[in-house]
Design a protein around this ligand. Sequence first.
Ligand code: 13P
Length: 296
Amino acid sequence: MLVSLRDICQIAEQKNMAVAAVNSASLEAIRAAIEVAEETRYPIIIQHAQGHESLVPLGCVGPIVTALAERSSAQICLNLDHCEDLSYARHALDLGFTGVMFDGSMLPYDRNVELSGYVAAMCSEYGAGLECELGSMGSREAGERDEGGTADEAGAIYTDPNQAQDFIERTALDILACSFGTVHGLYKGEAKLSYQVLTDIRDRVKVPLVMHGGSGLTDEQYRAAIDAGVRKINYYTYGVKFAGEAVRRMIDERVFADPSANVYWHDMTTTAHESLVKTFEHVVRVFSNGAEPFVI
Ligand code: 13P
């Protein structure tokens, strides 16, 4: 069943846990996300990033993911990720998405406030939730996957807690994406997170916080971020990296055993799907932070 971004994050708030928000630019990933939510009985957020339009267009994947989510017994939120165009947001909402992340983080502050406010009004027409971003992670979600590095290398600007309070009060957003040391893409070396940024924001406003660049961290880092107020963790790069490695191992083993063996496309998608199920199940359980499965 479909649930809204606002409701799912409010329950996560009450339970001191985070909901996994997996970017799903393939049918294998969408199926894996739904199966894991059904199996674990934790909710899940399936995301389509505007920057993934070239991998799979919203007009193609939107009706499929909406139909699959509606008929599932699991609680699923469909969130548009890193949307920069109001018309693209409306397209997703018309298709049945229950959340939008409007990313005005690269805009001047006042313009970010203004456009985020427009999207807030649009989301409320549909009963959908709104996520906005303040601060900048430097690396972009749709960039090269190995461009992440460290937050400093990526040119990140950490979210300013005072500005966050003003932003939240002026935009009517439901959840806030913050920059506090994570990066999109691969980490080069250990990620250094500033949990203090999260605590300082939450001392001012009790809004659920969102971690972008969420794949590639340790379970301890996830738990510490959740205890500091993160309620949604965006997870993509390492999931597709592990799936790619699993496909490569499968091909290597098969060709080693018989150099003339065929490798069919469905062998690859099946292997990728199995890998994604394993990865998603692990993160969904870690992000639950010990909370029991629940129904909204
Ligand atoms: P990663 O690709 O670094 O896991 O980040 C995902 C994300 O933040 C999507 O918005």
